[in-house]
Design a protein around this ligand. Structure first.
Ligand code: ADE
Length: 228
């Protein structure tokens, strides 16, 4: 079974629209939609914005449906000149850019206990996602995607995240979903279409580009589901 998690309605509505044999169930206030796409067993959910909702959704999805893989789709702010609006970032790994125990001597982003900063995505999932993006003629870059409970909208914060983690895109859920998958031993990937520049103009770009960016990530995930 393939699990798909998006933060917002616009990110998962296209998936739910093409799903057949649909059964829905609500857990912890999150609606899980189970069904089939291209003959494959699927479960999809809109988790809500931010790391807590994303974590709750991923944990519930794993415990209830035991998916073989979870892919987090959605939009992101770009941190690199190589990715413009509606291009796509695929995660090789994810980091929590707002996890900071550095006053205790740790590097920024360290996940205490497991002692890692970067949570590695499943290599086969990431490379298939990348292949699907390229096959649709969409510009793609793979690298580190950074998550935090904030909409990044200053050049200062953008540069900090890029320089600290060598990250290519920022969003608000991927690292939590990756973190939950990591502690449960579930394969995962993150696919994000660029909606904005994560700078002082980001709120204007965001409103303009979210629908097209979300559509792009849907086209890719549809192809991914066919080929997985
Ligand atoms: N998702 C889309 N754009 C974002 C940004 N600039 N910061 C955080 N999450 C985002």
């Amino acid at each position: 079974m393939i699990g798909i998690i998006g933060a917002m309605q616009v990110e998962v509505e296209h998936i739910k629209a093409v799903m057949t044999d649909v059964e829905t169930e609500t857990i912890s206030g999150i609606e899980f939609c189970r069904g089939k796409i291209s003959g494959k067993d699927m479960v999809a959910a809109k988790c809500g914005i931010g790391k807590v909702f994303a974590s709750v959704c991923a944990e519930a999805m794993i415990l209830r449906y035991n998916p073989d893989v979870i892919v987090n789709i959605g939009v992101a702010g770009t941190l690199t000149n190589e990715l413009n609006t509606t291009d796509i970032a695929v995660a090789k790994s994810v980091v929590h850019h707002d996890l900071d125990t550095s006053p205790l001597g740790d590097p920024i982003g360290l996940i205490s206990g497991v002692n890692i900063i970067n949570i590695e995505c499943d290599k086969k999932v990431s490379s298939l996602l990348e292949k699907c993006v390229k096959s649709l003629g969409i510009n793609c870059k793979a690298g580190v995607i950074a998550s935090g409970d904030q909409f990044v909208c200053t050049t200062e914060r953008k540069n900090f995240i890029r320089d600290t983690f060598n990250a290519i895109a920022c969003e608000m859920e991927g690292a939590s979903i990756g973190h939950v998958c990591f502690i449960n031993g579930t394969r995962f990937g993150v696919l994000r279409a660029i909606s904005d520049g994560a700078d002082e103009k980001s709120h204007m770009d965001y409103d303009k580009f979210v629908p097209l960016a979300a559509k792009n990530s849907f086209e890719v995930i549809k192809r991914f589901i066919e080929e997985f």
